[in-house]
Design a protein around this ligand. Structure first.
Ligand code: ANZ
Ligand code: ZN
Length: 824
């Protein structure tokens, strides 16, 4: 008597799969039209330590779909790689006093081994690491191509600065005013940095989301939409009267030009150049002191409505273009330097932040829209709704916001003092980092020629050898210390020049990795457009919702630029997307401090790969969190043993003709297969597992107390179980398949053909009696109505004959089993 030993199965089958390579995606098979393509992608891991429960969950879910597609006859591209540049490796290297590559590549090997043992259907032949020079050569090439198109540029501006990591951060990497990685409060610094011009694509990033509607989680679409933040309004020009008697024009951006008559002061961002340029001499010192304070606050704090308002009067006035009023000009931190024009017309009656500021500084408030609510001039509660315009010259009497906006913009346009405008919250992507472990920016700075791109044939610009260099963050790039690397001949004039010492944000690396998978090892290009024509776009992208803006927005941007370069024929990289839930324990996020962490390695050792995978898939819908305290890997293990035993009990030979087998079990098997397909396609993987469990139970019953183990329907059912389990528990499935007398691998045998006849609702036999004597038997639906059953009975030829020319006196119907006709 054998026992189910998950560990032995893992040892047995892994080498077989390594030899067969059943999941190697074949270009030729797609090109010949033999099979249709599917591209299944899971967000590639960052190599910090070994895999954890989160990786186990997302890859288990992802593998269900990838393996299902193989079984359904698709040629599936399911690659894996590592996002292997980045700060954690660099910080670990500093702690251990070793090269970041040592830590990085050791972890990659550990994770790769764990992925293999975990039985995932990855195509290992396409493996990549973003920190390999062969990869970042092309990251650098893309940077240069973007620069050629004017989409990568350098500018000085106040940037987000993490005082702990001693590097700049993109807006997207600042979460609630803190560094996304380390949690330190982010401050501002004026620095010259590299940017990608994402803003040029803002409208398209918004418009193309139409293609993703219903195919991406609604939550992610909303986050992207808000991040792009399109608003419609107007630019309005104001004349400023400076202390030296000169006049200067300043444009504000407003979404409510219709409230222009209520603009009682103007506010410019304290840290914008404009403020320093227009301030009256006697206010200059006050402004400077104020700006020092402002630089310490994050954007989020600055925009918060509940924060006390601070600011400095600039000692000058502006003319309101519609009524000629002179209004004071202030500098404050609640206006951001890099949003709109960095200056606002303040309408305190209808904007709460302006109202709070007016109250704090004793500035006038004038209502211009009467909404029927209490007057904000008295309540200090701004009203923002529609209403009748008042105190607004020609506008008075109008009621409708659209009409008000239309009238005022028409007037401004006619007078050449303003125009309609749209604005985006989206900023350009700050991509340079003052850290070592990233792709060097392939630019040389020459005193004579300026910025000179490194010629393409000299790529990659390989990171310098560290050799004792100090990686500790100092605010400037550690690459600057590698003098013999920095000092180069200018590629343009040959004179002495210096390399750019910043490295690229790792989000640049991950914005195109899914393209590289299609052309692995290509030494002449980042990717071959023909390969992307074949495999792209990605049919399903599974990963964490934490990437809802950053990575997904950047990848969409890259795809559009590459489309415009003529290298891609699609504009959206990810046709469908799924966000998995989080694995928690006892209702809480796993954490060291709570001591509630679940170690993946321990779970795998105790229950085996298949039971852990099954547990994660069975726990609930993929989007839901999984509380490890509520699931039962031990129960999964018992179920898998039960399934495995079925395969050992089957006594018919492989290929036995199932059509001669037990009809009830066959119906069960075919219904399960049919439903399972629908369930997987609707991402209801957990319900698919539940159906498989029911099929195991039905098969067990058939063996023990039904048609018996020799019935071909039992073999058919057990084989169906093995194929269904091949999506979730590959080792058990493979072993079952062998016990059933087949060759490996079950993963590629194909989805069984479902017989539609067996999907028809089960029927029951209704007996029809005439005068108490059985005259007919009818096959009817179990839920047949009394009227339908009576009609069917009276129409049956044998019953008609039995009744003859006698009168029907009474019909007794007991649906669905019996009809008794009384005649005479
Ligand atoms: C006058 C006004 C009156 C405004 C009113 C609102 C309501 P969104 O929708 O986010 O684009 N604003 C403009 N530039 C700003 C900056 N650099 N920093 C902070 N606030 C700024 O918001 C546009 C509105 O935010 C603009 O419309 C402006 O205030 C403010 F009853 O102008 B409004
Ligand atoms: Zn030069």
């Amino acid at each position: 008597q054998q026992t189910y030993d998950p560990e032995a199965l893992q040892r047995k089958w892994l080498p077989v799969w390594d030899r067969l390579e059943p999941f190697r995606a074949d270009d030729a098979v797609v090109d010949s039209g033999e099979r249709e393509k599917r591209y299944a992608l899971t967000m590639f891991p960052y190599p910090s330590g070994d895999l954890h429960m989160g990786h186990a969950e997302v890859t288990a879910l992802h593998d269900v779909l990838a393996r299902y597609w193989w079984q359904r006859g698709y040629e599936v591209l399911n690659p894996i790689g590592w996002d292997s540049f980045g700060l954690p490796a660099e910080n670990a290297a500093i702690r251990r006093d070793e090269h970041p590559a040592t830590y990085t590549y050791a972890n990659i090997e550990t994770q790769a081994t764990s992925f293999r043992n975990y039985g995932l259907s990855f195509d290992w032949s396409r493996r990549l690491h973003t920190s390999d020079p062969e990869y970042y050569r092309w990251t650098q090439w893309l940077f240069l191509k973007f620069r050629e198109r004017g989409l990568a540029y350098r500018k000085a501006s106040p940037v987000n600065w993490c005082p702990n990591d001693q590097t700049v951060l993109a807006n997207e990497q600042v979460v609630d005013g803190a560094c996304e990685r380390c949690g330190a409060v982010v401050t501002k610094r004026e620095l010259t940095q590299w940017y990608f011009k994402v803003t040029e694509y803002a409208q398209r990033l918004l418009d193309d989301m139409e293609q993703l509607e219903g195919r991406w989680p609604e939550r992610v679409l909303t986050l992207q939409r808000n991040w792009i933040g399109r608003s419609e309004g107007a630019h309005v020009d104001f004349d400023l009267h400076l202390a030296d008697g000169s006049t200067r024009q300043v444009t504000v951006y407003t979404t409510r030009p219709d409230t222009l008559f209520g603009a009682t002061f103007m506010v410019v961002a304290a840290d914008a150049k404009l403020a320093a340029e227009i301030v009256a001499p006697d206010q200059a010192a006050a402004l400077e002191a104020y700006v020092d304070e402002v630089r310490k606050a994050s954007d989020i704090d600055r925009l918060a409505t509940d924060r006390p308002k601070t600011g400095v009067p600039l000692g000058i006035t502006a003319t309101n273009p519609v009524n000629g009023e002179q209004i004071p000009v202030w500098a404050a931190d609640y206006v951001l330097a890099d949003y709109g024009t960095g200056a606002v017309m303040a309408v305190p009656a209808h904007d709460q932040r302006d109202l709070d500021f007016a109250k704090a500084m004793g500035l006038p408030v004038r209502r211009v829209v009467d909404t029927g609510e209490e007057n904000p001039e008295e309540t200090f509660v701004a009203t923002t709704g529609d209403g009748a315009y008042v105190n607004s010259g020609d506008l008075d009497g109008l009621r409708d916001k659209a009409a008000g906006i239309g009238a005022i913009v028409d007037r401004l346009e006619a007078e050449g003092r303003g125009s309609r405008a749209t604005n985006f919250r989206l900023r350009d992507w700050l991509l340079s980092r003052q850290r070592f472990w990233g792709a060097p920016i392939p630019i040389v700075h020459c005193a004579a020629c300026g910025e000179v791109p490194v010629p393409e044939d000299q790529l990659p610009v390989v990171l310098p050898d560290l050799k004792g260099a100090d990686l500790k963050p100092k605010g400037t790039s550690p690459l600057g210390a590698a003098r013999e690397w920095v000092e180069v001949d200018c590629p343009s004039c040959g004179g002495p020049a210096e390399r750019d010492t910043d490295t690229m944000d790792t989000f640049v690396d991950s914005s195109w990795y899914f393209l590289r998978y299609c052309s692995p090892g290509d030494t002449s290009a980042a990717f071959d457009p023909a390969d992307l024509k074949r495999w792209g776009p990605i049919d399903m992208y599974i990963g964490g919702v934490e990437h809802a803006v950053l990575h997904l927005l950047y990848s969409r941007f890259f795809t559009k630029v590459l489309h415009d370069m003529g290298l891609l024929d699609f504009v959206e990289p990810f046709s469908a997307q799924l966000n998995q839930g989080v694995v928690i324990n006892q209702g809480k996020k796993m954490s060291k401090s709570l001591g509630n962490g679940i170690n993946l390695g321990d779970q795998l050792e105790e229950f085996g790969v298949d039971a852990v995978r099954l547990t994660l898939v069975f726990a609930g819908p993929p989007e839901d969190n999984i509380d490890w305290a509520d699931v039962s890997p031990a129960g999964s293990l018992r179920f898998l043993a039960r399934a495995w035993r079925l395969a050992g009990d089957v006594t018919s030979a492989p290929g036995a003709d199932a059509t001669t087998g037990d009809a009830a079990l066959r119906r069960f098997t075919h219904r399960t297969l049919d439903e399972a397909a629908t369930l997987v396609e609707g991402y209801r993987f957990n319900v698919m597992v539940a159906r498989t469990m029911e099929l195991v139970n039905a098969t067990r019953k058939a063996i023990d107390s039904g048609c018996g183990p020799a019935d071909p329907a039992v073999r058919e059912a057990a084989e169906a179980v093995a194929i269904l389990l091949s999506l979730v528990a590959p080792y058990t499935a493979e072993e079952m398949w062998e016990r059933l007398g087949h060759e490996p691998t079950v993963a590629r045998v194909g989805w069984p053909v479902v017989d539609p006849a067996l999907l028809v609702e089960e029927s029951v036999t209704a007996v029809v009696q005439v005068q108490g004597k059985v005259k007919a038997r009818l096959e009817v639906a179990p839920d047949v109505s009394e009227a339908d059953l009576e009609a069917a009975a009276l129409a049956d030829p044998a019953v008609v004959a039995a009744i003859g020319d006698k009168a029907v006196r009474k019909v007794i119907v007991r649906a669905p089993k019996l009809v008794n006709v009384v005649v005479g």
